[in-house]
Write a protein that binds this ligand. Sequence first.
Ligand SMILES: [Zn+2]
Length: 359
Amino acid sequence: MAKPATITIPTEPIGSIPRPPDLIERFAMVDSEDPSLDLLYEDAIRDTIERFEAVGSPVVTDGEQRKYHNFCTYSVHGLPNTAPDGFKIPFSDGHTRRMARLTRGPFRYKRYADCYLDVAMRYAHVPVKQAVISPSALSLMYPSDRIPDYPREQFIDDLLSEHETEIRRCLKKGAHKVQVDFTEGRLAVKIDPSGHLLNSFIDLNNLALSRFSAEERRRIGVHTCPGNDFDSTHSADVDYAELLPSLFELKAGNFYIALAGESDRRHALKIIRKYRKPDQRVFVGVTAPIDPHIETPEEVRDRVLEASEYIPVEQLGTTDDCGFSPFSDDTSTSRDTAFAKIQARVRGTELAEGLIGGR
Ligand SMILES: [Zn+2]
């Protein structure tokens, strides 16, 4: 008789789910804050959470249905003191996405992500996690020429304070986890192979993380990935050896690391084994949103077993490599495909849990 599983391997999504086509069509025509969108947003969030729960996801998100226009600039979208010609994110298929540029101080968020939690928690029957953008990503809004009467140092103070406020509001409302999206970490190595930019991002984000207690940091995580937009990446060619040693210097309790889409998973796992700190849980990516192939539960199970050779099961979790649609108008993956992959992640993680627990 098989022994009952005693080990639990937590599994969590990253955040975004492709928006329903009617919502995408509608917000192409009106402003993102147009009240005529409210019902569509609400329907999309309700449907997203129902589908998460239907596939047995023990932790859900609102699918970032209302994060307009993306995971990165939702908090500053529509600010009057910005211009559209900010930092460009170049993707491997040649397309770019552009951030806003700050034109004058003071820097304040227009909205905090806990407003999304308010809605999601009305519908969810299981824990809800919330992703927020990192200070390092938003630091790219400050122009290379200084803003008169608003020095960069003042901007950084304001940015850290806004970010801290956002995380505290999410924690207070009961977010299962608050995940800091740090996709620009790997991109930083591509932009600056010397590692200087990456280190400055790590230092900045640690200034923010240091404001939280050890207890709070157990509910805070960091997500790294090579980017995902229209099934294209921005930094998949950067070796994890250039990123992960610095990444684990971040004072966070959880790491959500894209792994399924890596060309050499064991190479990455060896680096994780070497640099992970004892109090850091690693959620490895077991499904790849940019790959149209829908993973089977058995494939996921085998990836979890592979990861367990390098990471103690008590410190292991599973996730998707990235959100399924970090930018709201990305239609390269359907909702059906996203939830089929999530179902495989949940089932495959359970299968591995049964095997490891029964050892
Ligand atoms: Zn990602």
